[in-house]
Design a protein. Structure first.
Length: 206
């Protein structure tokens, strides 16, 4: 059995891969065209676009907006809860992609990692509520901000405007709601699972 050096296990490979692909699609139009969520392409069987579209951004400002949240959120999950990173990534990308396809037929092209970012942020903060008091307060404050943001978007159609005032850029509130809900759902599943396993161990020892 080969054991990876400790330094390698601490490297956030998922995060580095996500950022690398996002930068490549920002620099090369051909890569962006191949990976972006495109409704016509999806209808033609290009199902990978449901997942890869999240890594395509429509301007440098759009990319920066998403990376500001994505980088620390994914880093937190990947360094503290390594086994959950891949599952959360796949679940959030799939759920948001399917929700956009089913719930917003008027949107022909979609991109951006904001939904995935919120999934990781919500998940990390909910897990953080079980840690030391100072970190619990930080996580609780971040969760309150996320809830306020989602409420403002849903009820008052409020959203951060693209820094470059791109007239074709429209924030998709559904992707944010589904992303946050996916992070919360995985947290509930993980907590319930851990408690069930703890009960099994307790019963086995008693």
């Amino acid at each position: 059995m080969v054991v990876a050096p400790p330094a390698l296990t601490r490297i956030p490979w998922w995060l580095l891969g996500l950022v690398a692909v996002a930068l490549v699609t920002q620099w090369f139009d051909a890569a962006a065209d191949l990976l972006v969520y495109d409704r016509e392409g999806l209808a033609g069987g290009e199902l990978w676009r449901l997942l890869t579209g999240h890594l395509v951004h429509f301007s440098a400002a759009h990319l920066v907006n998403n990376l500001v949240v994505l980088v620390p959120a994914v880093w937190l999950v990947e360094t503290r809860y390594t086994k959950d990173t891949g599952l959360l990534m796949l679940a959030a990308a799939s759920a948001v992609g399917i929700a956009v396809f089913a719930g917003t037929p008027e949107i022909q092209r979609f991109g951006g990692a904001s939904g995935i970012s919120l999934a990781f942020l919500v998940y990390a903060c909910l897990r953080g509520l079980h840690e030391n008091r100072r970190w619990r307060l930080v996580c609780a404050a971040l969760l309150a901000i996320v809830c306020a943001k989602l409420a403002a978007e849903f009820f008052w159609s409020w959203g951060l405007l693209d820094w470059e005032t791109n007239g074709n850029f429209v924030p998709v509130t559904l992707s944010h709601l589904v992303g946050a809900a996916t992070g919360a759902a995985l947290y509930v599943w993980r907590v319930v699972g851990d408690r069930c396993r703890a009960m099994v161990v307790f019963e086995a020892e008693s």
